[in-house]
Design a binder for this molecule. Sequence first.
Ligand SMILES: Nc1nc2c(c(=O)[nH]1)N[C@H]1C(S)=C(S)[C@@H](COP(=O)(O)O)O[C@H]1N2
Ligand SMILES: [Mo]
Length: 378
Amino acid sequence: MTIKWFKHGKWPRWLVGLHHYTIGSFILLVLTGVALYLPIVHTALIRYLPIIYDVHILLGLIFAITLIVPFLRILPAGRRIWRFDWVMPLLVGAPIVITGIMLWGVTLFPTTARSRAFTWHGWLTILLGAWILVHAFYKALGIRPKANGVAGRIDPDRRMFLRWTGAGVLGAVAVTFIDPGSLLSRLLPQPSGGVGRQTLASKGIQRFGAYYTVISGYPKMNLADYRLQVTGDVANPMTLKWADVQAIPQYSETKDFHCVTGWSVPNVRWQGIHISQLMKLVKPHEDVKYVNFYSFDGQYSESLKLSEALDSTVLLAYHMDGQPLLQEQGYPLRLVVPKMYGYKSIKWLNRVEFSAQPITGYWEHYGYPNEAYFRTGI
Ligand SMILES: Nc1nc2c(c(=O)[nH]1)N[C@H]1C(S)=C(S)[C@@H](COP(=O)(O)O)O[C@H]1N2
Ligand SMILES: [Mo]
């Protein structure tokens, strides 16, 4: 009799269809998520990323609905289900959805909570993925656990649904706002020396979600060879050596950094110079409305309206958190536009052009908006 309960064919068609949809969409979510985040894949799929981003969010929202649907529909009475089949998607799926929504809602949540949400979004997905593999395995082998016990079968009802989903929601709030991860790492002994996490962290490496590049590798530059061209529609075009850049009075800004793909870094301290200081040197003509930026990686470019470029938070930065930029982060000079998504903050900057015309920036060419102020939504 118990075996009859477990037969697939006995489940209503809509529930079986939903089950297959959820599995398929989970796989797609993992693939699109990896494409957005993992630098190697990210670089390979560059031209498709804006669409991959939208697909990921759309699938995520549908995934959230598929988690809730069994609750809204009356579940067939007497169809017992293996307890973990019920618990895992709710307990782990709910915080994945919630952390995902936090990543999506850039301006709605504090950056510190969002940067933790990013970490947990990944780890919980790995956990759920691993469990789905285990699930697929025992299904394939036709293993039928005992009817009772922790791993036994139960009659799913709405109270359980609420309890497990609620636990997942609370869990999401706890890990993003209380951060047990850092408590844990303070209690655990820290690895000393070597190329351990600490060494990397002290270099600031762990602060950023990823070090992006659109070419293969990170371009290298000696300060002695470095030149910053300041050109365009100006009275007095100049080529600055590193010492000339250093001679310009330095400003400092502490701001959060947001990449459009979801990761954020709270309180990054940048030091560098303002674009208005370059303007004093080169004297742009009246008709200049845009500032265009070019990288010595030979590929990347960006463009800002003059008014945006003159915002007091915009810097050509050479220090981050008190240290010279890492090679991966744009050494020796990068643009920082804290009020816009990270793709505006062009690295390895070597040319600033004042112009009456904008250029189409690297990502803008692939469909990202020119005005990259933070937004929520597709
Ligand atoms: N030259 C260059 N600048 C770049 C990029 C790049 O690939 N090449 N990536 C941009 C994107 S999308 C982001 S989010 C930030 C990432 O900064 P980081 O590499 O210091 O983390 O740099 C921006 N500037
Ligand atoms: Mo980005």
